[in-house]
Write a protein that binds this ligand. Structure first.
Ligand code: AVI
Length: 322
């Protein structure tokens, strides 16, 4: 735990083992179809690229969700109440929460992220800009169980999970993760969650294939990361980014496709790739508002409120834990 004199925040370090990346890459490349979990996108370079994705004109989720949070902050505060403990798993740059803090006036804010240096900076900036707020940052892999002794016993717990990251889980895993969030929020607590909605394929295909190529860079950074951290010998130029909406599965899929037949070597392991063979790096499920509510009910939540934008591109749900 680290205390800084200038800003009132503490950093609790529960970083994943460095071995996790090694083990999951080695195992995932042996699987068919080959796959690497999307949580490994978010090293320092990946986290910065993701921030740039969020500013691309085609990537509507950030812009639209921000508009919803801004428009309904007071209404949201009416449901959460004041003086709650606000917990944000996967907090990234902590930008969206800023739209809520003045209305919600939580007694403590707990941002949690896998990227420690990024979290350190982002949480520090929140503490500086909201000097009345008690900020306690937790660096952790939120897909694993985390020690949350830092939650004050009496405060109502509100989990804030914006960005539609729930869409990056398979629906069955999404229910498991929602159960985890229900445990964190505890009886009577709440979950404020952003969920991307089903829509025209063209809009989705463009959102994950931005003209500036930032999403492609973000996807390919995974290969750079393997070279950097796992002593890989991958020629990045022999892979291309491929993203498309899979209508049958109701999800956008991202892949890294080998453009030629080749052998990759990672720490003594060899992987033979045929030309056109891919590594599946991400799914991003899209829901109807009713479909997502049904999923959340499976995890024991009760729907209390739902907000969307005029074009019904994105939804924000407030759910109460049983
Ligand atoms: C973090 N997550 C919700 C993003 C998404 O849209 O699934 C990650 C992303 N991948 C490509 N673009 C953005």
């Amino acid at each position: 735990m680290t205390d800084t004199a200038e800003v009132a925040y503490r950093l609790q370090d529960e970083r994943p083992e460095p071995d996790d990346f090694y083990r999951e890459v080695i195992a995932g490349l042996d699987r068919r179809p080959r796959q690497i979990p999307p949580k490994f996108f978010y090293d320092e370079a990946g986290s910065r690229l993701f921030e740039r994705i969020c500013k691309q004109p085609e990537y509507y989720p950030t812009r639209v969700e921000t508009g919803i949070l801004d428009q309904y902050a007071n209404e949201i505060a009416g449901l959460t109440g004041k003086d709650s403990c606000l917990i944000e798993p996967g907090s990234g740059s902590c930008m969206k929460v800023r739209l809520l803090l003045d209305a919600l006036r939580p007694s403590r804010y707990i941002p949690m992220d896998i990227s420690c240096s990024h979290l350190h900076e982002a949480a520090g900036r929140v503490a500086e800009d909201f000097p009345w707020l008690d900020v306690h940052a937790v660096c952790a892999d939120i897909t694993r169980s985390v020690d949350l002794d830092c939650i004050p016993a009496q405060a109502r717990r509100i989990v804030f999970y914006p960005g539609s990251s729930i869409g990056n889980y398979e629906p069955r895993k999404a229910v498991e993760f929602l159960c985890r969030l229900a445990d964190i929020s505890g009886p009577g607590g709440g979950l404020l969650i952003g969920v991307d909605l089903e829509k025209e394929t063209r809009i989705l295909d463009e959102a994950y294939n931005d003209a500036n190529g930032i999403t492609a860079e973000f996807n390919l950074n995974l290969l750079h990361r393997i070279n950097r951290e796992l002593d890989g010998d991958i020629d990045i130029d022999t892979f291309r980014h491929h993203a498309f909406y899979n209508e049958t599965e109701g999800r956008v899929e991202m892949h890294l496709v080998s453009e030629c037949s080749q052998t990759l070597r990672i720490d003594g392991h060899r992987y033979e790739f045929a030309a056109g063979e891919s590594i599946h790096t991400e799914n991003s499920y899209k829901y109807t508002a009713a479909g997502f509510t049904a999923l959340a009910e499976c995890a024991g939540f009760t729907a209390e409120a739902l907000w969307t934008d005029d074009d019904e591109l994105f939804s924000l749900h407030f759910l109460r834990a049983a």
